[in-house]
Design a protein around this ligand. Structure first.
Ligand code: HEC
Length: 101
């Protein structure tokens, strides 16, 4: 338990000391892993799912939740910082929510 909260604290420190994740790494991870389903649903390069009119996500917290949900259905176990990278990429490129960081 102690170890776990220590990790949590350092993850928070890392994500607040930089702007958050690394956009370029996030895009690479995203393009390699996250587009297959979205493409078959949305066509094109799949990113239309993030900008469609009736998109689901309307807050930064919602984005975080959905990325984690999709990551689970993808079946990968990424460390927090990689999840952060992908969230940062998506937010920077498509959603543009304020992160209050
Ligand atoms: C197994 C198929 C699958 C994979 C792989 C997948 N997704 Fe998704 N994703 C979905 C589905 C299905 C939805 C739509 C959910 C809905 O509309 O209810 C979705 C929706 C989303 C949305 C919300 C779009 C909106 O409406 O604003 C985000 C963000 C997202 N995915 C991120 C990711 C990320 C990041 C990855 C890679 C880690 C990923 N997805 C991998 C199936 C997948």
């Amino acid at each position: 338990m102690k170890l776990k909260s220590g990790l949590l604290v350092s993850a928070l420190l890392i994500s607040t000391s930089s702007v958050a994740g690394d956009i370029k790494r996030g895009q690479e991870l995203h393009d390699e892993n996250c587009v297959s389903c979205h493409k078959s649903m949305q066509g094109g390069d799949g990113t239309g799912i993030y900008t469609r009119e009736n998109r689901r996500i309307d807050s930064y917290q919602g984005l975080v939740k959905q990325v984690k949900r999709c990551k689970t259905s993808l079946g990968v176990s990424w460390p927090e910082h990689q999840i952060d990278d992908v969230i940062t990429y998506l937010n920077d490129s498509f959603y543009k929510f304020k992160t209050d960081k």
